[in-house]
Design a protein around this ligand. Structure first.
Ligand SMILES: N[C@H](CCC[C@H](N)C(=O)O)C(=O)O
Length: 316
């Protein structure tokens, strides 16, 4: 008897920030936090930094109002929490839509919890570009990040998801990032933060390590690279426009162009590595801690703090 929980999947990465894509065009899949945690587990699941459920906007209550796009990226972090926006993941999702014949190469509009993003997929192998929109800097002072027993001032940047950007002399000073850095005041990030540790290698060349909210240290972070460029430019009285920044991360190189409007174009790899079917059934019994089955998506969406911040986002 075939497993009724068998679900087609596609696996891939953007600069080694890896994701499981779950095609769900008609919105039949109810994905619980526990199922996401299991899928992302690098021993008992497929292993990934996150899950991207891809569904037609018209078939998902969260995206039904985003009529300008056909597809919605329902992004989940490895800890099962909802994610608003993911630069590396969105490039990979666009690559999947083109490769699967669900969209022709060229420009695509894809809906996310942080709004609709325009993605350009030139072909089936080359780099993919996303219009990431404009970074929002809070200008609030007094933000600090503590890691490996050291504390640094940080710059608060919103790329549709929250970032705290720290500039330091040597990326090794951040320690092993096995535990999440502490960001203070906590009130500045009511739903948590991704922390970007940055070293300047040249006027338009940054090197980063990133500890992601809901994941841990990842090999790359697209929104993090953009946040780092925005923070670096905030140090300059009149930063140049239409200039190409290079961001080097452990998993690869990303390019960011700041357009005259201040919006950023993020370009980088999007590589599909596998496809198949995966069982979403969770094992019962002693191996699973009590209550770990998580909430149904509808419950999780009501209680997940990101949903509230998404509503705040929607208000601009
Ligand atoms: N890897 C993503 C960022 C994920 C941030 C996410 N973990 C959050 O909760 O905001 C990227 O490439 O932009």
């Amino acid at each position: 008897m075939t497993d009724p929980a068998l679900q087609p999947f596609v696996k891939g990465h953007g600069a080694e920030n890896d994701f499981v894509i779950l095609p769900d065009p008609d919105g039949h899949l109810t994905l619980t936090p526990a199922e996401v945690v299991r899928l992302c587990d690098r021993r008992t699941g497929l292993g990934a930094d996150g899950v991207l459920r891809v569904v037609r906007c018209a078939a998902d209550p969260e995206a039904a109002a985003m009529r300008e796009a056909e597809w919605f990226m329902d992004y989940r972090n490895a800890d099962g929490s909802l994610g608003a926006m993911c630069g590396n993941g969105l490039r990979l999702l666009a690559r999947y839509l083109v490769d699967a014949g669900l969209h022709r190469p060229g420009a695509l509009l894809i809906a996310t919890r942080a709004g609709t993003r325009r993605v350009h997929v030139p072909d089936h192998t080359g780099p993919v570009t996303i219009d990431m929109g404009r970074p929002r800097l809070s200008g609030a002072g007094g933000i600090e990040v503590t890691a490996a027993g050291r504390t640094w001032p940080a710059i608060q940047v919103d790329m549709g998801n929250p970032h705290a950007v720290v500039f330091l002399e040597d990326l090794r000073l951040a320690g092993d990032l096995g535990t999440a850095p502490t960001v203070t005041p906590a009130a500045a990030y009511p739903h948590g933060a991704t922390v970007d540790f940055v070293v300047t290698r040249g006027p338009h060349h940054l090197q980063l390590r990133v500890h992601e909210r809901g994941v841990g240290e990842t090999r790359a972070c697209g929104t993090g690279a953009c946040a780092a460029v925005a923070a670096a430019r905030s140090h300059q009285p009149s930063p140049p426009l239409a200039v190409d920044y290079t961001a080097d991360l452990p998993g690869g190189r990303l390019h960011i162009v700041v357009r005259p409007s201040g919006a950023m174009d993020l370009t980088g790899p999007a590589v599909i590595t596998a496809q198949g079917t995966v069982s979403l059934a969770l094992p019962s019994g002693p191996g699973l801690p009590a209550g770990a089955r998580g909430q149904r998506r509808s419950e999780a969406s009501e209680t997940d703090p990101l949903r509230r911040s998404r509503a705040e986002h929607a208000q601009g």
